[in-house]
Design a protein around this ligand. Structure first.
Ligand code: NAD
Length: 262
């Protein structure tokens, strides 16, 4: 694999998909700002794996839903690395409940992190990219981490599905707005990837069997499946790809109930 001579900011990089992406980029020689919210040990593990693979990184604590913390985080990336090229807008949470039982707090916590948090981070990235000189080449790249639930409705998780549906239009509208400035914006929508966010499903054999019925490709994904798509989207190989969502989902969005087993 070719070396990626880029600096990237990865939010929520102390675990799961964010950690997998940060490590994969680090191993390709990128400089990585590893953002974490509360799991400092996880962030240190991410940095260790990056260093072991020959990459460099810094750790920065910030809540992506708080404006001042987001601004400071991107200032740090500029100070330490003299700028950055790619934002992996990954941090996200679930707080599940049925609709009539859902509290306003459960609604706003998820929207604040998943949607407003991705807005705040993307805005700082775009501000930085817009300030770069025009050379005719790409100035920067924003990759939103959405979910198959930006198009698959999800009962019992309406705050989460609403946040991801919001990311879809945020991503597309932003891609349209900044493409003329040579700034690329896309999204990745993972299906079921085994991480902390869904551990209670993949660690239980019965629930895992039920989950596999929703995945035509018959395996649960891994963070590295998502990382490979992120590397391609961040590279110049995808230079003409704008405003697109890559579904990394083993076919989950293909209406698996219609699979013909007979
Ligand atoms: P995860 O729980 O391992 O990772 C989420 C990360 O976000 C954690 O590191 C967490 O600390 C961080 N985070 C949470 N709130 C934050 C905040 N306010 N500020 C900064 N960081 C914060 O789960 P994951 O599966 O790796 O999730 C990563 C992203 O992928 C999320 O956006 C999630 O919605 C999305 N996703 C995951 C799956 C899956 O199956 N795992 C499927 C679709 C989409």
């Amino acid at each position: 694999m070719t070396k990626l001579n880029k600096t990237i900011v990865v939010t929520g990089a102390s675990s799961g998909i964010g950690q997998g992406i940060a490590v994969a980029f680090g191993q390709l020689g990128a400089n990585v700002l590893i953002n974490y919210h509360s799991d400092e040990e996880g962030a240190k593990e991410t940095l260790k794996q990056i260093n072991d693979g020959g990459g460099t990184g810094i750790i920065h604590q910030a809540n992506v839903g708080i404006e001042e913390e987001v601004i400071s985080m991107f200032d740090r990336a500029k100070e330490e690395f003299g700028g950055f090229d790619v934002l992996i807008n990954n941090a996200g949470i679930q707080q599940d409940n049925t609709f009539s039982k859902m509290s306003l707090e459960e609604w706003t916590t998820v929207i604040d992190t998943n949607l407003t948090g991705q807005f705040l981070c993307a805005r700082e990235a775009i501000r930085h990219f817009e300030g770069k000189p025009d050379t005719g080449k790409v100035k920067g790249n924003v990759i939103f981490m959405s979910s198959v639930h930006d198009i698959i409705p999800w009962a019992g998780h309406i705050n989460y599905a609403a946040s991801k549906g919001g990311i879809l239009m945020l991503m597309k509208s932003l891609a349209l707005e900044v493409a003329p400035q040579k700034i690329r914006v896309n999204a990745i929508s993972p299906g079921a990837i085994a991480t902390d966010i869904n551990e209670e499903v993949w660690s239980d054999e019965t629930k895992k069997k039920e989950l596999l019925k929703l995945i035509p490709y018959q395996r649960i994904g891994e963070a590295k499946d998502v990382a490979k798509a992120a590397i391609w989207l961040a590279s110049d190989d995808s230079d003409y790809v704008i405003g697109t969502t890559i579904y990394v989902d083993g076919g989950m969005t293909l209406y698996p109930g219609f699979v013909d087993n007979g």
